[in-house]
Design a protein around this ligand. Structure first.
Ligand code: ZN
Length: 579
């Protein structure tokens, strides 16, 4: 008895390590590493090396006859911890410069002036994963000091989006909470002669900055500036009539240092503070202070902000703050044909090609979710694809789809769907009822009963290829030989129930028991910088009855068609994710 028990666990152990080895090496396991792993797990087996070798050889032979997909699915079932360990160990972010365990503080700094998109998601994930990697802290901080741009629904879009991605922030605040504090710092700068109120028209300011020349307001004394500043706060100037500027360096090579505006007047109600404030800090000023207040140690952000580091550090140093974050740049995340630019997305809406910002063709988080992309896939994509470089990078959707497919494949139910269906009539076919699993290896997904006789529907694409004399197999059901192809009907004869070698297996739906299904297939929004007029295709077809059991938001695989997410609770409407 004991002998048998040991033997069994040896085989199981060998299978587990052979699967892991195969999954890591394109589906091909090798005996040597499997033996090494087995001995590593149970060193006492060294006295029994013959049995270990035999178990390893048998396991490797078995595993190497399986497809990579089957190997993964089986490993996920018998030893999921190995699949997971591999993912964590191979897909780690590069170390963060200057990071100390327990002392990393990062931030999610969305401006709530639009819906959250994939770029925000990836950037947010980086900041979050680094905070967690070092046991640190992450802030959610809304950069909401432009009341004309921010809207309540956008704050919520970010909160919802981050949550969906699994990002848990430790603290939350709004820059607009700190207006009084910003004013105090502004006063400090004015009193120390490091800021002044400028009433030049915008055009003149632009021209002088380009020329590297100062305006007459720069030489005003602190008292004069303080007086004008209080005028600004009190309403003595209208919008655009006065700004507060930093005393920078008008000849600086980095033009952001040429006396940038720190505060401006905006006469517009703010969604959180109402009409309490009319003088609003600009981005660099607010960020400088807030990063200090939050104790941010690392700022991971796209390279288009690179020129602003110097300015932000300078503002802090003028205020006597010597602690600055470490800045880390990466390229902006853009997907081919799917701009994140609000202007370009709005153009698609205005052209009447999409109705809302959650359209599955859009790079908004809601759009991507509706398309059936999983948060885990975005996370993995971010970790593996992020390169710290300045170059702008355009990603191909297929990379993200490949990761998504790998995650979905072992867990998505597989169902029959016949797009653009064609009728198939099989002479002599018996009535057959089969219990068919929803997945070839994941039995937890259950099964359904399929029943059919001689009257069915098949996919129009399969039907198109059929010629008289061809033999096909209807999956799980029976074989048939094509007799006649006429218009939208194919006549055939029954060729037995047992599988035949080298015969194409096709999906089908029974004529009496099928449901109408509609699938929206999203494409890219722009082709060669022009709006793609055909970015959405609608495929109609018939599904097996079990399609009705697909829940709203569930992602299933319509066999040999693709992964699709149910998008409507009342109708059988799906959105195509990828094949
Ligand atoms: Zn001026």
């Amino acid at each position: 008895m004991l002998q048998v028990a040991v033997k069994m666990s040896l085989d199981e152990m060998a299978l587990k390590w052979a699967l892991k080895n195969a999954v890591e090496h394109d589906g091909k396991a090798m005996v040597g590493p499997v033996i090494a792993k087995m001995l590593g797990e149970r060193p006492e087996l060294k006295t029994n090396i013959g049995s270990v070798r035999r178990a390893a050889e048998a396991a490797v032979e078995k595993v190497n006859s399986m497809s990579l997909e089957e190997q993964r699915a089986l490993l996920a079932r018998i030893a999921p911890e190995l699949l997971e360990a591999k993912r964590v160990e191979k897909k780690r972010l590069p170390p963060l410069p200057g990071a100390e365990p327990g002392k990393v503080i990062t931030r999610l700094p969305p401006e709530p002036s639009g819906y959250m998109h994939i770029g925000h998601a990836m950037s947010g994930l980086l900041n979050y994963l680094y905070a967690r990697m070092y046991g640190g802290v992450i802030w959610l901080r809304f950069e909401d000091t432009d009341p004309r741009k921010v809207k309540p629904e956008y704050y919520e879009s970010f909160r919802k989006g981050y949550k969906w991605l699994g990002i848990e922030w430790d603290h939350e605040k709004n820059n607009s909470d700190d207006m009084e504090l910003f004013y105090r710092y502004a006063e400090q700068l004015i009193k120390s002669g490091k800021a002044y109120v400028c009433t030049c028209p915008a055009e003149k300011i632009r021209r002088l900055r380009a020329l590297g020349e100062e305006c007459e307001h720069r030489s005003h004394g602190a008292d004069e500036n303080l007086h004008l500043w209080n005028e600004m706060l009190a309403g003595g100037f209208g919008e655009g009539e006065a700004i507060m500027r930093l005393v920078g360096d008008m000849k600086h090579a980095n033009t952001t240092m040429r006396d940038p505006a720190l505060f401006r007047i905006i006469e517009h109600e703010h969604p959180l503070t109402g009409d309490r404030y009319r003088v609003w800090p600009l981005y660099d000023f607010a960020v400088s202070i807030e990063d200090y207040l939050c104790g941010v140690t690392h700022v991971l952000r796209t390279s288009e902000f690179a020129l602003r580091d110097e300015l932000q550090n300078y503002i802090r140093s003028l205020l006597g703050i010597s602690r600055h974050p470490i800045y880390i740049e990466y390229s902006r995340f853009e997907f081919q044909g799917t701009p994140v630019s609000k202007r370009r997305l709005r153009a698609v809406l205005e052209a009447g090609l999409a109705r809302s910002w959650d359209d599955p063709r859009f790079p908004t988080i809601e759009g991507i979710r509706r398309r059936g992309i999983l948060p885990e896939a975005i996370r993995e994509f971010t970790i593996t694809q992020t390169g710290f470089s300045y170059a702008k990078r355009e990603y191909d959707w297929s990379l993200l789809f490949a990761i998504n497919r790998r995650i979905l494949d072992p867990v998505a139910r597989r169902l029959f769907f016949a797009p653009n269906p064609v009728k198939l009539l099989i002479d002599g076919a018996p009535e057959i009822s089969v219990e068919a699993p929803y997945h070839p290896s994941n039995m937890d997904l259950g099964s359904r009963n399929l029943r059919a006789g001689g009257e069915l529907y098949i996919s129009g694409i399969d039907a198109e290829r059929m010629r008289p004399g061809d033999v096909y197999r209807l999956k799980y059901l029976m074989n048939f030989k094509v007799l006649e192809v006429s218009g939208n009907i194919i006549r055939a004869e029954f060729m037995g129930r047992e599988p035949i070698r080298d015969v194409q297996i096709i999906q089908w739906v029974p004529a009496g028991e099928c449901v109408e299904v509609e699938v929206l297939v999203p494409g890219v929004l722009y082709v060669n910088d022009e709006i793609n007029q055909e970015s959405l295709r609608i495929v109609r077809g018939l599904g097996e009855r079990a399609v009705e059991t697909v829940r709203l938001d569930e992602i299933v695989q319509f066999e040999r068609f693709g992964f699709c997410r149910r998008d409507s609770a009342s109708e059988l409407r799906f959105i195509f994710a990828h094949d």
